[in-house]
Design a protein around this ligand. Structure first.
Ligand code: PLP
Length: 390
């Protein structure tokens, strides 16, 4: 049995100001579709330097709406990384489109630029180019967006950044989410992510047309604006459903929490960077491959993932993982390659198709990483890991 309180791999940090902000909404007139949603949207858009932001009920809904607004349909194809949460691929299936994957770069664990180029060349010859590519900023480290953007112009695909891990991250000295190199970027505010709203997500874009689509699709495809209607409005009560949308709304309660958390975003990121640097130092010399950072990227450190150098260790990956959990260190594994999931196998995918992502899966362990993690807790985790490894 562990001699300390179990340490999770990730958890939220809620303070009294957050609680007060939520309670204030509960005492107000608007629980949903009120002014706090827009305030939160504006706050995040300003932070990122994007023109528009639309908040939705979770990150998965944001991915779905991004695909819909970019007109992803049956017969179209979306490419993403196999090293991600299933949502980055499922959004294509929701639209009746096909999914394919681009294997990862063994240094960054993000979708490999080299493999993307090769796959695009082949796809162009076969006239099977993707309509959308979703680069996933794994662990909070941005993909090489400038290069992906260039490829998108050359091959004519749209780019949706899955920035669920990357709130507060930077790329080439600008915030992730500014959409300088993409059509849309999405965030998630699940409690394990950088800031939380309980459940929540956000779409960011610089395109007015997409922004207006997101607003409609978030609420059933309904508009109250005459310029989007067919014919004249009947009166002040009037609305029209002009396309098929969903109820993907978020509440003012959630957004009040998000707004309050935004005040501490810089502090959260600063602490995560500190913890990452501490891990780098404390783990140096162990039979582990530590995270590598691309020169253009400044990670938000959603995750700190180490890879076991199994040829230098007397134990298996599973053993190390189980021993850490048994000692109360709440490690996790990001990610099971999406194409190996039974549902995806049923679509025709096979193990062996994306070997770098599969190899990564056999070696990776996500160590505890969250802003509230103390130095003492981190030291404790490192001590346990060291004892297990040597
Ligand atoms: C969390 C996450 C999502 C989905 O976000 P939810 O808010 O949980 O729906 C999508 N992509 C990645 C990479 C994620 O980590």
């Amino acid at each position: 049995m562990p001699s300390h309180k179990p340490i999770p791999y990730a958890t939220q940090w809620i303070d009294e100001n957050d609680i007060e902000a939520v309670v204030k909404i509960l005492r107000s007139d608007w629980l949903t579709q009120g002014p706090t949603v827009e305030k939160f949207e504006k706050r995040v858009a300003d932070y990122c330097g994007a023109k528009h932001a639309v908040a939705v009920c979770n990150g998965t809904a944001a991915l779905h709406l991004a695909c819909l607004a970019l007109d992803l349909k049956p017969g179209d194809t979306l490419w993403t990384s196999p090293n991600t949460f299933v949502a980055s691929a499922n959004c294509a299936l929701y639209c009746g489109a096909n999914v394919n994957f681009v294997d990862i770069d063994p240094r960054t664990y993000n979708l490999s630029l080299k493999k993307l180029r090769q796959k695009l060349e082949v796809a162009a010859r076969r006239k099977k180019l993707p309509k959308i590519v979703i680069p996933v900023h794994f662990a909070g480290q941005s993909c090489e967006m400038a290069e992906i953007f260039k490829l998108s112009k050359r091959y004519g695909f749209r780019v949706v950044e899955d920035a669920a891990h990357a709130v507060g991250a930077r790329y080439r000295n600008r915030p992730v989410g500014d959409c300088r190199f993409s059509d849309v970027a999405i965030f998630s505010f699940h409690p394990v992510k950088i800031i939380t709203t309980g459940e929540g997500g956000m779409l960011l874009t610089n395109r007015r047309d997409l922004y207006e689509k997101f607003l409609r699709l978030r609420t059933h495809g309904i508009t109250r604006e005459p310029r989007f209607m067919r014919g004249e409005p009947h009166g002040p009560w009037y609305y029209q459903q002009v396309e098929l949308g969903f109820n993907y709304r978020i509440t003012d309660i959630h957004c009040a929490l998000g707004l309050s958390q935004m005040k501490r975003l810089e502090k959260f990121i600063h602490r995560r960077r500190q913890l990452a640097r501490r891990y780098d130092k404390l783990l140096a010399g162990l039979p582990l491959t530590l995270p590598w950072q691309h020169p253009g990227a400044e990670s938000s450190w959603h995750l700190y993932v180490v890879r076991l150098q199994l040829d230098k260790i007397q134990k298996s990956h599973l053993q190390v993982f189980e021993e850490l959990r048994a000692a109360g260190i709440g490690v996790n594994l990001h990610y099971i390659p999406v194409h190996t999931q039974p549902y995806y196998r049923q679509l025709g995918f096979r193990p062996g198709q994306f070997p770098e992502a599969e190899k990564f899966y056999t070696e990776a362990i996500s160590l505890p990483m969250f802003a509230k993690l103390t130095n003492a807790e981190q030291d404790c985790g490192v001590k346990v890991l060291r004892e297990i490894l040597v």
